[in-house]
Design a protein around this ligand. Structure first.
Ligand SMILES: NC(=O)c1ccc[n+]([C@@H]2O[C@H](COP(=O)([O-])OP(=O)(O)OC[C@H]3O[C@@H](n4cnc5c(N)ncnc54)[C@H](O)[C@@H]3O)[C@@H](O)[C@H]2O)c1
Length: 253
């Protein structure tokens, strides 16, 4: 809602693309100052410029979310620039590799867990103390429908997203009485660069995968942004520890 986040500060990771960019733009439209963090500084800057072009206030920060020192620096830079942190969207991540459990190498497994799961813990580890100092805040973590169900060929990815929901629920319990709401989004299959890479690698997979979506189309990043911004809004004041599914009926099957 326009003006809902006036005077508030939102931090978004993976802000240079897909869900992160769409959510950064929506937070800004609704009045938030936005910190756009991404390992790719150039795309994060593009998002910040898109916000500035519409009269909003944003900065871009280069952050590798799998590195503790960089995540700590990201939160410090947010508070240094805007003096507070109200909403955090821990979203940056990488996709699955289309390999069976025995085909994943140790490096591939470790990298997936570091970027998709450890990153979410690191984000909350450094965001929560700031939110406690201010008396509250809202956190949304990006899980996936494969945080709830499995899908073949994605073992490390599936494990990372199940883990994100475990971390989300635990933090929700720990901070329930301290003014910090913690939720997750569980996207189905969306048309973002992450999936495009997979579809390009496996010709025909885009058409084949669509058959698994009862709604008959893929999601658009703006449809995740709407869910994230709503979860951070006062309208969601009693929604806490919730894995919000946005999947065009995929998990209803
Ligand atoms: N697209 C989907 O269908 C889908 C479905 C379920 C979950 N997800 C999850 O949503 C999140 C965003 O996905 P997307 O589809 O927008 O992908 P995307 O590839 O469009 O965007 C991901 C962004 O994260 C950044 N990033 C990657 N590694 C990083 C790191 N180590 N540190 C900081 N930034 C890093 C990339 O540079 C990119 O800008 C991911 O966690 C992904 O697993 C996506």
């Amino acid at each position: 809602m326009a003006g809902e986040f006036e005077g508030k500060v939102a931090l978004v990771t993976g802000a240079g693309s897909g869900f992160g960019r769409a959510t950064s733009l929506l937070f800004a439209r609704d009045g938030a100052k936005v910190v756009c963090a991404d390992i790719n500084l150039q795309t994060a800057e593009q998002t910040a410029h898109l916000i500035e072009d519409t009269g909003g206030d944003a900065i871009a920060i280069k952050t590798d979310v799998s590195k503790a020192a960089e995540v700590e620096a990201m939160v410090k830079a947010t508070v240094k620039k805007y003096k507070r942190l109200d909403c955090a969207f821990n979203n940056a991540g990488i996709g699955g590799l289309g390999k069976t459990t025995d085909e994943y190498t140790e490096d591939e497994f470790d990298r997936t867990i570091a970027i998709n799961l450890k990153s979410v813990w690191l984000g909350m580890k450094y965001e929560i103390p700031q939110m406690l100092r201010q008396g509250g805040g809202c956190i949304v973590n990006t899980a996936s429908i494969v945080g709830l169900v499995a899908m073949g060929g994605l073992s490390a990815y599936v494990a990372s997203k199940h883990g994100v929901l475990g971390l989300t629920k635990t933090a929700a319990l720990e901070y329930a009485r301290k003014g910090i709401r913690v939720n997750a989004v569980c996207p189905g299959i969306f048309e973002t660069p992450l999936n495009q890479k997979y579809w390009d690698q496996f010709p025909g997979s885009k058409e084949e995968m669509l058959k698994t979506v009862p709604l008959g189309r893929y999601g658009q990043p703006e449809e995740i942004a709407e869910a994230v911004v709503w979860l951070c809004s006062d309208a969601a004041s009693f929604v806490h520890g919730h894995p919000m599914v946005v999947d065009g009926t995929f998990t209803a099957q």
